[in-house]
Design a protein. Structure first.
Length: 125
């Protein structure tokens, strides 16, 4: 029997960028930006470098890295699977991808009815 439907997944390009960053910085974590300074980019930090608050939800694991989002934003994205990609360009100013010539990008898709019935739970930060 397959496990729960993941809420966040990575493309091959994102997996490669994560491995590059992990080799340089050690364990990583992600927080989905709420759209202030860096738009709505997935932000990558060395694990523990971003303070997660009580209003953040842990969506799951992205290639071994915890992935968080603010609960207000999660209310909007709840019915979609987040697909983290990496594309050419400069990342967010505070995100580790900013110096790599690539940036993380959020794509999404709606869950099928079957996937939604088996979607992974979230927990608060």
């Amino acid at each position: 029997m397959p496990g729960p439907t993941p809420r966040v997944v990575a493309t091959d390009a994102a997996r490669a960028l994560i491995e590059t960053l992990r080799a340089r910085h050690g364990p990583l974590m992600f927080h989905q930006s709420g759209g202030c300074c860096d738009g709505s980019s997935p932000m990558c930090y060395a694990q523990g470098e971003f303070m997660v608050g009580a209003s953040d939800v842990l969506l799951g694991d992205l290639e071994g890295c915890p992935f968080y989002m603010g609960e207000d934003q999660f209310a909007y994205w709840e019915h979609t699977q987040l697909i983290i990609d990496a594309v050419p360009g400069r990342g967010g100013a505070f995100s580790l991808d900013s110096a790599e010539g690539q940036r993380f990008l959020l794509r999404s898709r709606l869950y099928s009815d079957e996937e939604w019935a088996n979607v992974a739970p979230v927990t608060h930060g």
